[in-house]
Design a protein around this ligand. Structure first.
Ligand code: LLP
Length: 406
């Protein structure tokens, strides 16, 4: 069990390091200004290896590239033997450019465009993960036009309530994702009606930032029930995809189960239900990258306003949307900590929105020059925008003590 967020080491001067390199040196080596995203590639590789091992030799760890699509990160994850879970033609192209073998790419999403379906079929990816009955004849038509048989996997909606923020819970019956049990017969009939479709698997994803294994395993149970029923109808399945959603501790009082332990528990559950022979696919996004990334920001100025002590920094909600969108908390640490007294500051960015607010953090009383926004490796840059005509921040990668600009 991982206890609280990972605390990055400080060097003898008190400067926070990432991947063993002090962050001021990282920025200087790359000639980068703030704000900047900095990632520890070696930590990402270590996490990926642990999940690749947990799915077993016949299984597949398909990285949800939406979490962070920086090229060196995707290349390194793929080089560990992982595949990629994509949700758009753009992500599919990135995965292929990062050397992901097509047969290790799965494509989810409720509204795939015809040209995205065409790309997936032409590149012979592992499967299209289908989220509605209506999607099946659309895929069949494109497969016929191209002259291929489309491998499809049905994403079931397990009707499980995940204990997470409503915006990132996906497995309940009101969500737009997946096919509910009542619609499965129609989906199977649509597959049987077309010689251009081949059912290859079943998938489920109950939500993101799950802090306990229970909702994940509830999704696996739902998957197992459908798989057992289909195999009883003499249908063959090539894999069972249990989804992603492995939570990461963002606060000191949070505990997260090791994703590899949850994957092993999922495999044990499938084995208990007589499905141990089927390869397992998992789709981790956040768990591979969140804790391995930070945003380095400069302090612009404080503002004391009545009781409130603000600290304005040059990173904003356009660089990290999670606090504004999900009321998410990200730890903020001074880049340099000389051990002096700390006081509470409310840290906010320059964007003209009240929600451009990173919450209250204890920081040195005499405001630091730079701060570090932690656990920002997932859904930071990938959700960034140019709102207020702000530039997209630079991305830097640290590996083996060296610094590369993405
Ligand atoms: N598989 C499917 C089908 C998904 O929809 C997702 C995430 C994942 C895998 C990866 O989930 P993860 O392991 O990263 O939790 N922007 C939000 C998270 C949205 C997740 C959307 N789907 C955030 O910043 O918390």
């Amino acid at each position: 069990v991982a206890e609280g967020p990972i605390v990055h080491a400080r060097d003898a001067r008190g400067v926070l390091s990432i991947g063993g390199v002090p962050l001021d040196h990282v920025l200087a080596a790359a000639g980068a200004a703030t704000p900047a995203y900095v990632y520890d590639l070696d930590a990402i590789v270590e996490r990926t290896r642990s999940l690749v091992a947990a799915v077993g030799e016949r299984g597949l760890c398909a990285y949800a590239i939406k979490a962070n699509a920086a090229r060196p990160i995707v290349e390194s994850i793929v080089a560990c033997g992982a595949g990629v879970d994509v949700v758009s033609g753009g992500e599919l192209m990135l995965a292929l450019e990062a050397n992901a073998p097509a047969d290790r790419i799965v494509f989810s999403g409720v509204a795939k465009r015809d040209r995205e379906i065409d790309l997936a079929l032409a590149r012979r990816i592992r499967a299209l993960h289908v989220e509605s009955v209506e999607e099946l004849p659309r895929i069949a038509a494109r497969a016929r036009a191209i002259g291929v048989r489309a491998p499809v996997c049905l994403r079931i909606n397990p009707e499980v309530e995940a204990d997470t923020h409503a915006h990132i819970a996906t497995g309940h019956d009101e969500a737009k994702f997946g096919i509910v049990a009542a619609d499965l017969p129609a989906a199977l009939a649509a597959i049987d009606a077309s010689t251009s479709l081949a059912l290859v698997g079943l998938s489920v994803h109950v939500g993101s930032q799950l802090m306990s294994p229970e909702p994940y395993l509830a999704g696996v149970d739902a998957l197992a029930s459908v798989a057992t029923a289909l195999m009883g109808q003499s249908r063959t399945l090539e894999y069972l995809d249990c989804g992603g959603g492995f939570g990461v501790p963002y606060r000191d009082d949070q505990r997260a189960v090791e994703p590899a332990d949850t994957v092993r528990a999922a495999r044990a559950r499938l084995a208990e239900r007589g499905l141990g022979a089927l390869p397992v696919v998992v789709e981790p996004g956040r768990a591979l990258v969140a804790a391995a990334g930070v945003i380095v920001a400069s302090v612009i100025q404080p503002k004391v306003s009545g009781e409130r002590r603000w600290l304005f920094v040059d990173a904003g909600m356009n660089d990290l949307l999670r606090p504004a969108l999900y009321q998410a908390f990200h730890r903020i640490e001074p880049l340099l900590d000389e051990g002096g007294e700390r006081v509470a500051f409310r840290v906010a960015g320059p964007v003209c929105e009240s929600s451009d607010d990173f919450g209250v953090h204890r920081l040195p009383k005499s405001p630091p020059e730079h701060v570090v926004i932690c656990e920002a490796g997932a859904y930071g840059r990938s959700m960034a925008s140019t709102y207020n005509q702000r530039a997209i921040a630079a991305e830097l990668v640290v590996t083996n003590g060296r610094v590369l600009r993405v």
